[in-house]
Design a protein around this ligand. Sequence first.
Ligand SMILES: [Zn+2]
Length: 136
Amino acid sequence: MKFRERLARFFYGRYGSDGLNTFIIIICAVLLFIAMFLPLLPSYILRGGAALLMALSVFRMLSRKIEKRRKENAVFTKILYAVKSFFIRQFNRIRYIKKYRYRKCPGCKNHLRFPYQKGEHNVKCPRCGQSFTVKL
Ligand SMILES: [Zn+2]
């Protein structure tokens, strides 16, 4: 019981894990997996990198500066969302190439989907209301 109390006291007020930490640990696992198939020197470099990332992950988990760690995670989440939506958009472009075409609004840079009909069309952006011409 005493050990449990001490453990609980140790972890009280510390940040814990989040999405960024999970991502760092996955990167570590990938680096270690790749290192298995490499010759000695590059393998050691990758293992060293994985060890540093693991140390960073442990540092973030045990950190008491919760607000700072939360902000780091928010930046990470934002970047991850942008990367994810980029790949989903590219996937959809290919998947629906016969039905739709995708263009950006020149005003707000919003991504718009148009049913594929050859020719020039005057359109209005649903987000910012700007009218412009698209060539499909
Ligand atoms: Zn717009």
